[in-house]
Design a protein around this ligand. Sequence first.
Ligand code: SF4
Ligand code: SF4
Ligand code: SF4
Length: 267
Amino acid sequence: MSDLKAIVKEKVGKDADAFLCLKNEEGTVLPVLITDTDSPDLELVEVGDSRYPLGKILIDLQREYPDRRFAVLVRGCDERALIELSKLEQVDLERLVMVGVACSAEEAERCGCPRPYPGEIALGDKVEAAPGRKVIDEVESLADAERMRWWREQFSRCIKCYGCRNICPMCFCKDCALEDPHLVEPGVIPPEFPSFHIIRALDMTGRCIDCGLCEEACPADIPLRSLYRKMQDIMEDKLEYRAGESAGDRNPLSFLGTEQDIEKLEE
Ligand code: SF4
Ligand code: SF4
Ligand code: SF4
């Protein structure tokens, strides 16, 4: 995918003031902001198979430079994140140029991805979704008490490193409930079950865009993506909404419903 360099060159100074993507510096993959076409970093940009929540950087960039336009390299999950972040008023899609990358079949399979491509593809070839449901199916085959035991066992490995929150493209709150001593007792490892993980799961409801970065970052191999995916399944079933799918849909958790709406939910 060496065409990335050509695309960055084409966009910077024309469609956008700067291009946010990844570079490979002696084997270390890092985010990079290319601001001019003579930048030595241009030689190092690459798509590769590393992932990084670039949307988190864009939130800060757009706040710091409200008059600038940024281009950004997006995979399917990055695009979903930016769509949802715009609804949460964290990024302005009007000031963004998305350059889409389709993931390979291997990447889609490894991620268990529901949509391994963005709306418009500039690099790579579109492959079919490979949604991984193994953990969800396994847990759903258990009775309630066993299910609780199963999750308790998974979460007993948690070392409260906050890696899942820190990597998540959809976690941007300045004051995080997971660090509120009234909700989560400081210094207790593993954190109290199930409150710590329920706080995060509830915060991700209607917000998780199913990128799997949390699960990839978790040093305890906890199947976090399956938990959040299940929350999104319930959200879709009850409120007909899946985060990140379309910029035109309103997130039902962002406005108050009427009594009739609530009655409809209870049916
Ligand atoms: S979650 Fe999907 S879009 Fe994102 S990197 Fe994995 S395969 Fe690609
Ligand atoms: S899969 Fe994990 S990291 Fe990705 S948006 Fe959902 S909660 Fe955040
Ligand atoms: S990344 Fe894993 S171990 Fe770390 S806080 Fe999250 S669930 Fe716990």
